[in-house]
Design a protein around this ligand. Structure first.
Ligand code: ATP
Length: 881
């Protein structure tokens, strides 16, 4: 009988556990069995998040202070038998709540979609195939296929292990990777001693394994402590926090003004109940309660657009940080360059440097031996359809072999592999032992500095080789030295355990030659780097390649700026300087060469210590600390490891540098959208307050009735602000936008603009009101003031679509949502005047066509003034440049 978890799987042998879980080691589970087990045991998740239902979310809207104030106003209206008023208020409450509900639902949906996109994945064996599934899909009896860099998604019994070690720090606190075995252990073994088990949440450090899932979800060891791990998922972004603080300050300001308006109303002999209702409505209209929601909505819409541009943002706050990023530290191979490597030249002591295109191995036997050795010391493979799998450097070697009729398969049949000492970025070389007739041969390939010292060479030979290295690396070539030796005269004596340490075999080698490989920069990287420069974003290249190679490629890419930003630092040099020295020099270093992932952390820290917002790319397990430390950790969706992905805040689905730049572009644009939307909202609120305050000070009756204020709040705040937050990214946004920072979000210019718009609109509205009061009755005067303000606000939203461009300059770059968001309220507003029922509810008069045209003309004044001011400012800035 299968149970979750099954009983002490570590104490049983592999065959028994397989039998107990009714799984077949060749084929894994069948798909129907997976479905049946999932319905029995649930999904592999730690905690079932309680999701808010739609009804509950709608009801939640009613809890907001604004709604409570409005409901209070309704009760007063009912008590005073102002039935029409109370119906109007209730209707507005409902529409208001509905808009809030839509905003929240959309934001939530976007966040959910993000979670799904970046959910951890794992490989399992099902129906005889290895398939990638999301970790939550894994069930009891599944066979996990894992290798270095993978996350373990459930507790599992190791079936097969090859050089397997696992980082279990998160569970046991043990900082060193733990080696794993296959054989059974005593039943009473404690968790840390269960060396034949893998645990959910831990990560594979080295080697590979097949393991059988024995516990999932809350029954796994990690599930048992899941409560402790619960992280604050809904962290507020810096901007949201800032807006909350500002909202609170504005609240006090509004309350103060409303009090003054109320006192003035009573002094001028208005009825207390009218004063109270006006105060309540003004509070509802002027209090900017929706600011943090606007931010969430705008950010989540941005993540949606970024995903379409191949950048998956894993956490909402990252969108904000992206906009402020000013340093990008990026890997070279495959990110800046095409990663499609090809052999271009070869060098042997016999033949010198020979171009691959003119090479004939018939006439150069030494080069044939060189290529053969590089094909044997290789883990990549070429498929029949010209596609390839494996390390691009090794693929290049296989292609070169193929060009010279040296086939990997034939060669490995002739020389079967006995052992491998794998490539690591720290030692930068790889070796294999192969059987030849009866002897054992060693083939070594790797970076020149790491292989040449192991070769037997005369000084003259060394000089010749170094000259070639100098020449080829300055052309941006990636270089490999290939060497060989006879390890043992007879293969019978070969015992890998004796040679486990690579230093016991990698010595006394015969130099075969040099292979030079080209990996050209991507065209779009060159373009993206230009955009970065225009936007003041610094690009730093980090690579495991030779300093000369790296410098040549960085030059081609346009990263280096001579005399200012052109230094190259190697990993070795980096180790010799202190962090303080690095901080002093970091702004001049454009390229880090021969570095290992561990060095990346220091580079991030040095840039951050100078107050920069740093994005750092990485794909391996060892990159995780730097990815976590960076302001924006960027991992690779195609080539990277799961560990790197989970440590990052953004995943590039196309592994492309230019995608980082597009994401920064989105980040900046969204910052602009939020700023303009909030400015639009707040200046509207300010004008409402000033209109009421102005009229009260002049001793005039209130120009806007409570129901008017509520209506204005609904039509001008609700729809247009949603549309403004969704404004598409303008072209070249990086070139003309300033680097945003939450700190200077509410800068002087923000308040200046707000005051300009607020004061101008209120003076114009009061002008219209005072004029009408003189010539018409009070209701008509109110009608004019009310309609003027609604239209003026709606038209003004056209000016809020861009900070720099006027409506005419934006031309065809339309935002259809915005047009709809303006058209709907306009239609409603017109019908208010022409449908008798609405006239009664809104206490307004019909406006005749002449008045309507005059009003319309006047309502264009605020938006025109704003646009003229914008245009003049822009022209001034351009002529200053
Ligand atoms: P980047 O940071 O630009 O992505 P990288 O980190 O991929 O570069 P590495 O893969 O660490 O760079 O390679 C560093 C050096 O190691 C190369 O210049 C090359 O000389 C050598 N090298 C690379 N791949 C192999 C391999 N498969 N076998 C042996 N040596 C290799």
């Amino acid at each position: 009988m299968i149970s979750n978890p099954i009983n002490s799987p570590w104490s049983k042998n592999v065959a028994d556990v397989l039998k107990e879980l009714e799984t077949n080691v060749e084929n894994g589970l069948s798909l129907s069995e997976v479905v049946s087990r999932q319905s029995r045991f649930g999904f592999n998740i730690f905690k079932v998040e309680k999701k808010m239902g739609n009804l509950q979310r709608l009801l939640n809207q009613l809890k907001s202070p604004v709604v409570i104030i409005l409901l209070f106003a309704t009760i007063i209206s009912v008590v005073l038998r102002e039935i029409v008023d109370s119906i109007a208020i209730i209707t507005i409450v409902i529409i208001n709540s509905f808009i809030g509900f839509i905003q929240e639902t959309r934001a939530e949906e976007a966040v959910e979609a993000l979670k799904k996109l970046s959910a951890p994945k794992t490989r399992v064996l099902r129906e005889g195939n290895i398939v990638e599934v999301s970790a939550s899909n894994v069930t009891l009896g599944d066979i996990l296929i894992l290798e270095a860099g993978d996350y373990v998604s459930a507790d599992a019994r190791v079936l097969k292990a090859s050089q397997l070690s696992v980082d279990e720090m998160i569970l046991t606190g043990e900082s060193l990777p733990v080696s794993k075995i296959e054989s059974p252990l005593p039943t009473l073994s404690i968790l840390a001693d269960r060396k034949n088990m893998l645990f959910a949440g831990t990560a594979i450090s080295t080697g590979s394994t097949q393991a059988l899932v024995t516990a999932i979800g809350m029954s796994s060891e990690m599930g048992k402590i899941a409560e402790m791990l619960e992280s604050a998922e809904n962290v507020k972004t810096p901007l949201q926090t800032l807006l909350e603080q500002v909202s609170n300050k504005l609240l006090i300001f509004c309350a103060g003004v409303i009090l003054i308006v109320a006192v003035l109303g009573i002094v001028h002999g208005e009825e207390w109940i009218t004063v109270l209702m006006t105060a309540i409505s003004l509070a509802v209209a002027a209090i900017p309660e929706g600011l943090p929601t606007i931010v969430t909505l705008a950010l989540s819409l941005a993540t949606h657009r970024m995903a379409k541009r191949n950048a998956i943002v894993r956490h909402l706050p990252a969108v904000e940080t992206l906009g402020s990023t000013n340093v990008i530290c990026t890997d070279k191979t495959g990110t800046l360059t095409t990663g499609k490597m090809r052999v271009r030249e070869t060098f042997t002591l016999d033949s010198g440097i020979i171009n691959e295109s003119t090479l004939s191995t018939e006439t150069h036997p030494s080069i044939r031996a060189l290529i053969q050795s590089s094909v044997l010391c290789n883990n990549a493979s070429l498929n029949d359809d010209e596609s390839s799998t494996g390390d691009p450097t090794e693929v290049a070697l296989l292609f070169s072999g193929k060009n010279h009729h040296i086939e990997y398969k034939q060669l490995t049949t002739l020389f079967p592999r006995l052992a491998e000492w794998s490539f690591e970025s720290g030692r930068r070389r790889m070796s294999v032992a192969v059987k030849s007739d009866d002897s054992v041969l060693l083939h070594v390939k790797g970076a020149p500095e790491t292989v040449l010292p192991l070769c037997r060479l005369t000084e003259v030979e060394k000089n010749r080789i170094n000259e070639s290295i100098e020449k080829l690396s300055s052309q941006g070539r990636r270089l490999l030295v290939v060497a060989t030796k006879t390890l043992l005269p007879s293969s019978k004596e070969f015992n890998f355990n004796e040679f486990k340490e690579s230093s016991t075999v990698e010595n006394n080698l015969s130099f075969l030659g040099l292979i030079s490989i080209a990996d050209p920069p991507k065209e779009e990287s060159i373009e993206a780097i230009k955009q970065c420069k225009a936007a003041g974003i610094i690009v730093v290249m980090i690579t495991g390649d030779h300093p000369n190679t790296a410098k040549a490629i960085a030059r081609e890419l346009g990263i280096i700026k001579d005399g200012e930003f052109d230094q190259v630092l190697t990993g070795l040099e980096l180790e010799q300087i202190t962090q303080a020295e690095l901080e002093k020099r970091v702004t001049n270093i454009a390229v880090y060469a021969r570095v290992t992932p561990e060095h990346k952390l220091r580079i991030v820290e040095a840039w951050q210590s100078l107050g920069n917002i740093v994005a750092m790319t990485g794909d391996g397990v060892n990159d995780a600390p730097a990815l976590k430390k960076a302001s924006i950790g960027v991992s690779m969706g195609k080539g990277g490891t799961e560990v790197a992905r989970q440590a990052s805040s953004m995943i590039l689905t196309d592994d492309n540098f230019s995608t980082i730049v597009s994401a920064i572009e989105e980040g900046r644009a969204i910052f602009g959208n939020i700023k303009r939307t909030i400015q639009y909202l707040l200046s509207g609120n300010l004008s409402e307050i000033l209109i009421m305050l102005g009229a009260a000070s002049l001793g005039l009756p209130a120009p806007l009735a409570p129901v008017h204020l509520l209506w204005i709040n609904l039509v001008t705040d609700g729809l247009p602000s949603l549309a403004l937050a969704a404004e598409p990214v303008p072209k070249n946004v990086l070139a003309f936008s300033k680097r945003p920072s939450p700190k200077d979000f509410f800068d002087k210019s923000f308040y200046k603009e707000m005051a300009f718009v607020g004061i101008m609109t209120s003076i114009l509205t009061l002008g219209v009101y005072v004029y009408s009061l003189k010539h018409e009755d009070e209701i008509t005067a109110r009608t004019h003031a009310f309609s003027f303000l609604v239209f003026a606000e709606l038209f003004r939203s056209f000016a809020s679509r861009s900070e720099h461009k006027t409506f005419f300059q934006m031309g065809m770059q339309s935002n259809i949502y915005h047009l709809i968001a303006v058209a709907i309220p306009i239609i409603f507003q017109i019908s208010l005047h022409h449908v008798r029922f609405f006239r009664g509810v809104f206490k307004v008069e019909t406006i005749n066509w002449i008045e309507c045209l005059i009003l319309l003309g006047l309502t264009l004044i605020p938006v025109s003034l704003i646009e003229i001011r914008k245009w003049m400012k822009h022209n001034k800035a351009e002529s200053a440049n």
